[in-house]
Design a protein around this ligand. Structure first.
Ligand code: CA
Length: 221
């Protein structure tokens, strides 16, 4: 197949990081700490963290939402990019994973910016909507259990303001989206959501082939 994508080999990825990555030491150490947990591949890459920081700053974001915190690397990245009064509403169900990140949030001086909600994210998002928070978030990042992706997307779309951005991670799902022999619930959920957003007039979009694929959906008026 002819295409114009540059294949990101290990060597080229190393070069990319050498000439562009500006990862603070505290983020690097949290990333290295996370590499020792068995689910380490769930962590976003440092260049994706830096990309999200740039997006948050371009949006002049103050209120952001995160569905799926894991060990807190992306929360830390976003919190560092927010102004002093900025806030991350962070949703996760794992005390074990999120507690890994907390000391690093403290050390970076951003722990006060991260409101962690340890509960099923659908419940937290529904409560935010019931509390009148719709249209008040500038940015939302969805990177949690894939079977619930559509539920998270619909709620995030209510919660972000017009012009706000929703980032959805793992949308290329390690190439399983194009493997017809793979039909587990997670893969089907990602395929369905990709198709749905493609035709969704409520948003403008771009699917960025960074990491495992990141869809950016911008809420239209
Ligand atoms: Ca992910």
């Amino acid at each position: 197949m002819s295409h114009t994508h540059t294949n990101l080999t290990g060597e080229l990825a190393e070069y990319l990081r050498r000439v562009s990555l500006r990862e603070p030491d505290v983020m690097r150490r949290l990333r290295e700490r996370t590499a020792s947990v068995p689910e380490a591949r769930m962590q976003i890459t440092p260049e994706q963290g830096q990309f999200m920081q740039l997006l948050v700053q371009m949006l002049d974001a103050r209120k952001t939402l995160e569905v799926g915190v894991f060990t807190g690397y992306s929360s830390l990245a976003v919190a560092l990019a927010l102004p002093p009064d900025g806030r991350v509403t962070a949703c996760d169900v794992s005390e074990e994973w999120t507690s890994i990140g907390k000391p690093y949030w403290q050390e970076a001086g951003v722990a006060h910016k991260i409101d962690l909600h340890l509960a099923p994210a659908v419940e937290t998002l529904d409560r935010l909507i019931a509390d009148g928070q719709q249209g008040t978030y500038d940015f939302a990042f969805i990177d949690a259990d894939k079977a619930n992706y559509d539920r998270y997307y619909e709620r995030a779309l209510v919660l972000v303001r017009v012009g706000g951005l929703i980032g959805i991670d793992n949308v290329l799902w390690h190439s399983k989206v194009i493997d017809p022999s793979v039909n587990d619930a997670d893969t089907i959920a990602i395929r369905d959501l990709n198709e749905k957003i493609h035709g969704d007039e409520r948003v403008g979009l771009s699917l960025i082939p960074i990491g495992d694929g990141l869809t950016l959906a911008r809420k239209r008026p």
